[in-house]
Design a protein around this ligand. Structure first.
Ligand code: 4AD
Ligand code: MG
Length: 429
């Protein structure tokens, strides 16, 4: 019977075959202990020279880390191991040998590990992080699919600069200039007027010029957009969404969080309501905390860190200065210098995980803003149609998957939150 480590409990007392790789080996004399990983888990395989015979025993003993093999043995309970079972080996077939595997149990520098990312994620820590990422993506899809949103994929090639012209990746497109999408939002606005509520979920690209622990040049974003909603409604959704995503990981990914030594209590406190703080109130708080913000300026990461330290759960900062926000944001009718936008900031200094808000729905105002931001009007004509033909109050948000993963896993750098990170200094592997 061929099975996997994850399913081993069902076979106690039986003889099974596992297909995997040698994760580690130890032993002495007539005993050899192989840690076998098969992608679903790790099991200790006990090899006894007397039972296996000299030839097989010696060839197993010579196997380097990450050699691949099919290994057969009897499953028995083992209370000392985390898995609770071990394999008493009766036979093995070596498939692929491996010598000099570069990632050994000793410490390696981060650059070395990222150079070997294609191998590195066979190890326990990236394994745990990428499992949490999978659960987060599952929770994201469940969230929108169970609430009547239509998945409407936005294009990757686009003529529009959605999030400012300073981070565009430009490419030649049959004689025209195209950009890699910085955000699928503008297309979701078209979707919301056609279907009521839609979302896109895909890779987005930003030519961020600096290499920070929070920035990638390629990252995944989920962007829901809803017709007939205001900023308060958007904040309600952001809060509900974050609570549900965290709860899904807590329910289904505890072993991965434990592997990462994540402080679970921090995640358990992620409950509604999240504090809602206006930008102006946040500035007053920061002033008192000794981290003043320049008038009408955006927050830097030290501001976000200091502010979030004051709370035990994510916070929502709304109504930032219009001048630091994107062209599409609707101005607050009560104070046009403020935009009806919101950033959700994660606790423990993780910073912004979501950006969103209410969109400018007036044709004239939008035209004025496109001019003001010096964006090429021609490429926004289609977008202006959404205001020409039955405009309505609407809004949405964008949640960065890797920022969520980084925070939920409690890891330091967003690079670890994606299988193959793309940063200013890294295109390989
Ligand atoms: O705040 P941003 O720029 O908002 C938008 O793109 C809107 N169009 C979204 C919308 O309303 N539909 O980006 C949204 C989120 C951020 O909060 C952050 O989580 C993530 O995307 N993000 C990045 N993640 C990793 N690396 C980067 N360089 C990121 N830039 C933004
Ligand atoms: Mg933002």
């Amino acid at each position: 019977m061929i099975t996997t480590v994850a399913e081993i409990a069902a076979y106690e007392g039986q003889t099974v075959t596992l297909r995997g790789w040698v994760y580690n080996a130890s032993g002495k004399g007539k005993l050899l202990f192989l840690q076998i990983r098969d992608g679903s888990g790790i099991i200790q395989a006990v090899c006894n020279k007397v039972e296996l015979g000299d030839e097989l025993f010696e060839s197993l003993k010579r196997l380097g880390q990450e050699s691949s093999l099919e290994i057969t043995g009897k499953v028995s309970a083992d209370s000392r191991s985390k898995l609770g079972f071990e394999l008493h080996v009766s036979g093995a077939h070596i498939v692929g040998t491996s010598e000099g595997y570069p990632i050994t149990p000793k410490d390696h520098g981060p650059n070395f590990l990222y150079d070997h990312r294609h191998l590195w994620f066979r190890s326990k820590r990236p394994h745990a992080i990428l499992h949490v990422r999978h659960l987060i993506i599952q929770a994201i899809r469940n969230y929108f699919d169970s609430r009547g949103f239509l998945l409407l994929d936005s294009p990757i090639f686009t003529p529009n600069a959605c999030e400012g012209t300073s981070t565009l990746f430009e490419t030649e497109y049959f004689g025209q200039t195209a950009y890699l999408s910085q955000s699928g939002q503008l297309y979701q606005e078209a979707g919301a007027t056609a279907f009521g509520k839609t979302y896109c979920f895909g890779p987005t690209f930003r030519a961020e010029k600096s290499d920070t622990r929070r920035h990638l040049n390629e990252f995944w974003m989920v962007e829901p957009e809803i017709a007939w909603i205001d900023l308060d409604g958007i904040m309600d959704m952001c809060e509900d969404f974050v609570v549900e995503v965290v709860a899904h990981v807590l329910k289904n990914g505890r072993q991965h969080l434990e592997e990462l030594e994540r402080d679970i209590s921090v995640l358990e406190r992620v409950q509604k309501p999240f504090p809602r703080i206006s930008y102006d109130d946040a500035c007053a708080m920061l002033e008192k905390l000794g981290h003043p913000v320049e008038p009408e300026d955006d927050f830097g990461s030290p501001h976000e860190t200091e502010l979030t330290k004051q709370f035990d759960r994510p916070i929502m900062v709304h109504r930032y200065p219009s001048i630091v926000k994107a062209f599409y944001m609707k101005a607050d009718p009560e104070n046009p210098a403020r935009a009806l936008g919101v950033d959700v900031l994660a606790p423990e200094g993780y910073g912004e995980i979501i950006g969103g808000g209410q969109r400018e729905d007036s044709y004239d105002e939008l035209v004025r803003k496109i001019h003001h931001h010096q964006l090429p009007m021609a490429s926004f004509e289609w977008y202006l149609d959404l205001r020409r033909y039955g405009t309505v109050p609407h809004g949405g948000m964008g949640a960065g998957v890797e920022r969520l993963v980084t925070w939920i896993c409690g890891i330091h750098n967003v690079r670890e939150a994606i299988p193959f990170p793309r940063t200013i200094t890294r295109l390989t592997p």
